[in-house]
Design a protein around this ligand. Structure first.
Ligand SMILES: NC(=O)c1ccc[n+]([C@@H]2O[C@H](COP(=O)([O-])OP(=O)(O)OC[C@H]3O[C@@H](n4cnc5c(N)ncnc54)[C@H](OP(=O)(O)O)[C@@H]3O)[C@@H](O)[C@H]2O)c1
Length: 327
């Protein structure tokens, strides 16, 4: 399938390398708002064509699928344009700013016979599948502490008054939607939809959450999710059960340990995985498209919807409002 990309930051380069590694996608075109930048990026990745006009890219008959890595608030309009032109879309997390956008976009995908995917890479990896397979040995889950607490160099700029898109409410930024979605997606995929949830953020001067603690309440336990772009964690994530504990080196786990409560002996249950971990989501998405696997598609769609439902309600209940929500 022929791929086009939107965005010219490092994550798009990583996706292109992963696409190449997967052997499932061939880079055909790149887009930048600026023609010189598009030309340079096309040259860097050997893309045959480049655009600075998104309508033209959307209408290009040779393109089958588009990867979107633009600022969050742009995902919706760009996705709609591409779906209406019958392109499959892989859009970066967080997929959209709210559930209304989500429903409209998935309806357009259905009407046009194309697929829409959220690029949330941590739930497609071999280590995630390993964790899911091993989870029952924990017995009754009693608590979980998952986090993504990573000091952002863009916070240094923020403090000097230069506000990056990811720190801006106008671009649908903030810690929960940028980083919290990784542990949240992991939790929803492993434990299902919580009965209730509450978010406790630290708001920055422009109204977005620099960090926060999200508590998911399940029937028999709480899952505590900490996310931050203004501080740094040095501890792993853990899932605690009556029979033992899983220790994950992060919410995008590349190594997992199991400690039985009785033996107290740590056992490495992690598996090897490619350092280009976007390869796994690409494999999953392309397989769903090729085999028209609607069951797996619906499962991923429901997961993204639950995550968005929780993040939208969490931020609104704390007065974190994005562009167009303030009136
Ligand atoms: N999966 C992952 O591991 C991962 C990692 C990082 C980011 N992401 C996601 O990828 C997306 C992009 O993140 P990022 O940090 O790369 O964002 P970014 O630097 O703010 O912008 C990404 C691209 O969008 C274009 N852009 C920048 N500002 C714009 C504006 N004001 N209006 C229109 N276009 C603009 C730029 O491309 P041009 O100048 O060439 O047009 C830029 O390269 C986000 O949704 C983020 O959550 C995912």
């Amino acid at each position: 399938m022929k791929l086009a990309t939107i965005g010219t930051n490092w994550i798009t380069s990583t996706f292109i390398k992963s696409a190449h590694q997967s052997n499932k996608l061939t880079l055909h075109a790149v887009y930048s708002r600026f023609i010189e930048k598009a030309k340079e990026f096309a040259k860097l990745h050997s893309a045959p064509i480049y655009f600075n006009n998104l309508d033209e890219l959307a209408k290009c008959a040779e393109i089958d699928i588009v990867y979107i890595a633009s600022p969050n608030s742009l995902h919706f309009e760009q996705t709609k344009l591409l779906l209406k032109n019958k392109k499959h879309v892989i859009c970066e997390k967080p997929l959209f700013s709210n559930i209304d956008e989500f429903n409209e976009a998935y309806n357009i995908a259905n009407e046009n016979g194309v697929f829409l995917f959220e690029a949330i890479r941590n739930i497609h990896t071999p280590n995630f599948h390993q964790l899911k397979k091993e989870l029952p040995k924990i017995g009754k889950i009693r608590s979980a502490l998952l986090h993504y607490v990573q000091y952002s160099s863009r916070y240094d700029s923020f403090l000097k008054g230069d506000i990056a898109n990811v720190f801006s409410p106008d671009f649908s930024g903030g810690a929960l939607v940028d980083l919290g979605v990784y542990p949240l997606s992991l939790a929803i995929h492993l434990f299902g939809k919580p009965n209730t949830f509450s978010y406790h953020p630290t708001l920055l001067h422009n109204g977005i959450d620099g960090n926060g603690t999200l508590i998911l309440q399940y029937k028999d336990f709480h899952c505590t999710i900490i996310c931050s772009k203004i501080s740094q964690s040095h501890i792993p994530s853990e899932i605690h059960g009556e029979l033992g504990t899983f220790i994950l080196n992060s919410s995008t786990p590349t190594s997992i340990e199991w400690i039985d409560n009785k033996t107290k002996n740590p056992i490495d249950i992690g598996v090897d995985q490619d350092s280009l971990d976007m390869v796994y989501e690409i494999n999953t998405f392309i397989n769903i498209i090729k085999t028209k696997d609607n069951q797996s598609y619906e499962k991923l769609k429901n997961l993204s919807e639950t995550v968005l439902f929780i993040t939208e309600n969490s931020r609104k209940s704390n007065g974190i409002l994005f562009h167009g929500e303030k009136e």
